[in-house]
Design a protein. Structure first.
Length: 106
């Protein structure tokens, strides 16, 4: 037991890093870990890369993979097409007409 404390102190003295704690959904973390692993990276490595890019570029960019839409989006598009075919939709000439329609629904 006394060696554990000594080893930890050496580790922390030689370690030039810090710990960041974040909160995220468990499913997001697991999916991100799997994707990072598939790319040959650790999740920590991915986050460090993101932070280095943030510092370097002073910008934050989020992108969507348009080649791989989510199941929710695909279902929404399918439902919208079905609604359009059946005539079950509303169309407005301008935003005032749309807002008026929404106010009438209250």
């Amino acid at each position: 037991m006394m060696y554990t404390k000594y080893i930890k102190s050496i580790y922390y003295k030689n370690m030039n890093s810090t710990v960041i704690n974040i909160k995220t959904e468990e499913g997001i973390k697991k999916e991100a870990q799997k994707i990072a692993s598939d790319l040959g990276l650790s999740l920590s490595g991915v986050i460090n890369g993101f932070l280095k890019q943030l510092v370097r570029d002073k910008t934050v960019m989020f992108t969507l993979n348009e080649n791989n839409p989510s199941p929710y989006l695909l279902n929404s598009i399918k439902a919208a097409k079905q609604n359009r075919k059946s005539g079950d939709f509303y169309s407005f000439k301008n935003n005032k007409e749309a807002l008026s329609f929404l106010d009438d629904k209250k």
